[in-house]
Design a protein. Structure first.
Length: 362
């Protein structure tokens, strides 16, 4: 796979400009930016965090941000947030880190605001989405290091609907900058199977992405934001010789008695099976770059199990010479599914072995 400088081993950065609180539990008239939010944006991430991420051996940072954080009102943007983005980019430049701008949530697509509106079926929301990317291109036009990731995880959309919007956005950005690196992922939460129906561009500066959280009952075990792990409410080891523990998850929450019929334990073979569509994409498109932009485990999972899972995942990435970005540096207490890799207080990696693994030393 073709390599891009400073785009091999990355760290996701949520909790700052995205996933800092849960809008969906608030009354609709309170789902906006508050004084507390603005204070949070000013203080949560500093130059010291970027320096530390670089010290862990990461060469890029995937910065997630939400439309409602950048957009004060339709087509009107928060100047102070753009100043913070400039600060972040300057820190990245200082520590030789490539920034990836990731639009994490947009209105009508898991954005937490007016979710009865479906993004892919609303032209006005699509126009605002493209306008925001064009504003970012205008603001950072002279910085060729920054990568634009169009949208985190597309939901409530057919592949055809999203491909049309993504193509419109790529075309609009290309009119402003033919060299900008642009990342496009698929529907169904950016799952590996979505790659099968993702549009492939005749453009060497388009990168493709997917996310992998298999097995979900392990990575999201005892999570509070998704119904099924909350219902099952059970600690899940990895690897695991007790296959029935995993099959029981599907029996309990999905009434599916035939899960994992071809496996006798949960281990790296299970991960490979889940990621098979990504390997097929690479075979079909040997001249393209495929990036695993997000993978991780919930914070309260046993640290040894987390290490085991990350070790296997990154072993697979290295086998396919695939760039990757782990999720997530730090999560706020308001993020019900915390995937933090560092301690809340001292902001140091939770184990030295984990630090070694995510750097790719396996």
């Amino acid at each position: 796979m073709r390599k891009i400088d400073r785009f091999q081993v990355g760290m996701g950065l949520g909790g700052w400009l995205t996933n800092y609180k849960r809008f969906d539990i608030l009354p609709e008239d309170k789902r906006g930016i508050t004084i507390g939010d603005l204070e949070h944006f000013e203080t949560y991430i500093t130059e010291r965090d970027v320096e530390y991420i670089a010290s862990l051996g990461m060469d890029h940072i995937r910065l997630g941000f939400d439309q409602i954080v950048l957009e004060e009102s339709p087509y009107v943007y928060r100047a102070r947030i753009f100043e913070l983005l400039h600060n972040f980019v300057n820190w990245c430049e200082k520590y030789n880190i490539r920034p990836v701008f990731n639009m994490h949530k947009v209105i009508g697509n898991n954005g937490g605001v007016k979710e009865e509106t479906v993004f892919v079926q609303n032209k006005e929301l699509q126009d605002r989405f493209i306008a925001l990317w064009l504003k970012l291109e205008e603001e950072f036009h002279d910085n060729g290091d920054i990568v634009f990731e169009l949208l985190n995880e597309v939901v409530r959309s057919t592949p055809e609907e999203w491909n049309i919007i993504a193509e419109r956005t790529v075309k609009a950005l290309r009119e402003k900058n033919k060299d900008r690196l642009i990342i496009v992922g698929g529907v169904y939460w950016n799952s590996p199977p979505s790659l099968d129906e993702l549009k492939v561009y005749d453009d060497e500066n388009v990168i493709y992405t997917f996310h992998s959280y298999a097995p979900f009952e392990f990575t999201h075990q005892q999570g509070v934001l998704q119904r099924d792990p909350l219902c099952y409410n059970r600690k899940m080891p990895y690897p695991c010789d007790d296959i029935e523990r995993y099959r029981d998850y599907y029996r309990t929450v999905k009434n599916k008695p035939t899960a994992y019929e071809n496996l006798d334990r949960i281990d790296i073979e299970c991960l490979k099976e889940a990621m098979a569509p990504a390997f097929e994409f690479i075979k079909r498109n040997p001249d393209k770059i495929l990036w695993c932009g997000e993978f991780g485990t919930i914070r309260h999972c046993n640290i040894k199990w987390r290490e085991n899972w990350f070790r296997d995942m990154i072993s697979i990435m290295k086998e396919y010479d695939m760039p990757y970005c782990v999720w997530n540096y730090l999560s706020t207490p308001n993020d019900g599914n915390r995937f933090s890799l560092v301690d809340d207080d001292n902001r140091k990696i939770l184990s030295e072995e984990l630090a070694r693994i995510i750097k790719g030393e396996i």
